[in-house]
Design a protein around this ligand. Structure first.
Ligand code: AMP
Ligand code: MG
Length: 281
């Protein structure tokens, strides 16, 4: 890390005090190189991530209840799916617990907004991934007034309390908000209309949502201001450059895993005794 970053990614991407309106979505804060330098490095760091994840998984199998929860938020085409495919895709799928959150079902609508979220929380030893999350309930819901303000307004505090509870239970939250420019989104949506392998990702409603861009920017700003806490901070990722977003999330996950100070779990059997038994078997 030391040679490629001028600032640790956890600092370079920290949301504190950041104004989204001032963000250069094509920037690469803290990273010294460009795409070329990043590609070999990404492969190297993916190996590190994979090794750490295996240790987390091994500990989970031995009763460690700690886990990681990666929360991905961003407008359509921001690259959330790419993070899942390329970053999470580099670790052992056995240790990944993936959940995506769309428009709530009829059943989900009859419950508190955290009901479906709680059901999807990762077990010990897992890396949970939320592709969209409880934050939709203060983003799309706020922008479109899907419930009255008196319902969504208290949700910021509820979310903070919920996340503190998760932290207390051994979860490390890695909250990532990905930002692209309006132009970059247009380019990516156009690509979805031009490539047969991408039609399936296109949703006509995504074009209508572009009309609400400023309202979303505001909702994202309030989200960062009100829910970036010491124990569960937000990271802001300029995401016009996919390679940067992927490398950044890789680094944030590595950092979170390193802070768990994981070791290989000790054997719960006598090694010498088992060797003797095996010799004779
Ligand atoms: P996608 O992630 O592209 O599959 O789209 C999922 C859609 O579900 C997005 O348009 C989200 O805004 C929407 N969505 C997710 N959570 C909620 C929610 N709590 N209330 C309303 N819409 C939601
Ligand atoms: Mg979509």
């Amino acid at each position: 890390m030391a040679t490629h970053w001028s600032l640790p990614p956890t600092d370079a991407l920290r949301a504190d005090g950041l104004r989204i309106a001032d963000l250069d979505t094509s920037g690469t804060p803290g990273f010294k190189g460009g795409k070329k330098q990043a590609s070999g490095y990404q492969a190297e760091r993916a190996q590190v991530l994979s090794g750490l994840q295996e240790k987390l998984y091994a500990n989970g199998r031995s009763g460690d209840y700690r886990n990681i929860l990666l929360v991905l938020q961003g407008m359509d085409t921001a690259g959330k799916g790419g993070i899942v495919r390329h970053v999470i895709g580099s670790v052992d799928p056995q240790g990944v617990d993936h959940a995506s959150f769309g428009v709530p079902t009829e059943e989900e609508k009859q419950h508190h907004f955290l009901w479906r979220i709680r059901k999807a929380l990762p077990r010990g030893g897992q890396i949970g991934v939320f592709d969209r999350s409880h934050y939709e309930d203060v983003l799309v819901v706020r922008v479109h007034n899907l419930v009255p303000a008196k319902v969504w307004e208290p949700r910021y505090d509820e979310i903070n309390a919920f996340e503190q509870e998760l932290v207390g239970q051994g979860t490390t939250l890695v909250k990532v908000a990905m930002f692209i420019s309006l132009d970059e989104q247009k380019r990516r949506l156009m690509e979805r209309l031009e490539r047969p392998d991408k039609y399936w990702k296109f949703n006509p409603a995504d074009i209508d949502e572009r009309g609400y861009w400023p309202a979303y920017q505001e909702a994202y700003q309030v989200m960062l201001d009100r829910t970036s806490t010491e124990k569960a901070p937000w990271h802001v990722i300029p995401a016009d450059r996919k390679w940067f977003a992927r490398l950044s999330v890789t680094e944030l996950l590595i950092d979170a895993l390193e802070k768990l100070n994981l070791d290989w779990p000790p054997p719960d059997f006598d090694i010498e005794e088992q060797k003797r038994r095996l010799e004779q078997a």
